[in-house]
Design a protein around this ligand. Structure first.
Ligand code: ZN
Length: 219
């Protein structure tokens, strides 16, 4: 069923990838607004099934062996359906990803994020929650939890208590409240706050839609 339209799509996709490969990886300390545009452009390609699959060739792989300059840090849920490199159509060396169920930071993940800002030159931080998050759902509804899962749910529970956003059901309101809380927590982290104050660092929150694939930035 593949016609000339698909072939054209492949050609255009290769063009996008080539341009992006030239621009992306040498951009140490990329302006956070520009990085955000790159991610949202990539997400649009993903939603519209025209991914460019940038930065995945062996030449670049070897070049990256000598150093990395990711354009953004993504603190996202560990959910297997929300891999940042795929949903933002990025490649090797593009994203510094930190993932944990429910995307709540702790001292270790904060250390990773601060490292990526200070030593790798990433100035955009995206907190990425998603529709129907199992961790948030369990924090809302589970009455028992085994092992360390209990600690995970206990960390999320107070953050989402009483969350209710017009136009969103209970779980979705909780997911969005959780993302906003994490954004605020990161903004309060002293080294990151200093970066925000100087205008170098930007932190945004987003929610990924499992059905459409779209990432909505939260106001
Ligand atoms: Zn999740």
């Amino acid at each position: 069923m593949r016609g000339s339209g698909s072939f054209l799509g492949i050609l255009l996709g290769a063009g996008v990838a080539a341009v992006s490969a030239m621009a992306g990886h040498d951009a140490a300390g990329m302006d956070p607004d520009m990085a955000l545009r790159e991610l949202l452009d990539g997400n649009r390609r993903y939603v519209e099934s025209r991914r460019a699959f940038p930065h995945q060739d062996s030449v670049l792989r070897r070049r990256l062996a000598s150093g990395q300059h990711p354009i953004a840090i993504v603190l996202g849920c560990a959910d297997s359906r929300v891999p940042p490199e795929i949903v933002f159509d990025q490649g090797l060396g593009d994203l510094f990803t930190v993932r944990v169920a429910g995307e709540l930071p702790d001292t270790l993940t904060l250390g990773s994020i601060e490292y990526a800002v200070e030593h790798l030159g990433a100035h955009l931080i995206v907190v990425l929650g998603h529709e129907k998050c199992g961790a948030v759902d369990a924090a809302l509804h589970a009455t028992t939890a085994s092992g360390h899962i209990a600690a995970l749910l206990a960390a999320i529970r107070p953050v989402i208590q009483g969350a209710h956003e017009a136009g969103h059901d209970q779980l979705d309101s909780a997911v969005r409240a959780n993302v906003r809380h994490v954004v605020d927590e990161l903004k309060a982290d002293a080294p990151l706050a200093a970066g925000i104050k100087s205008g170098q660092v930007k932190i945004v929150g987003g929610e990924y839609d499992l059905d459409s694939g779209r990432v909505e930035l939260l106001p």
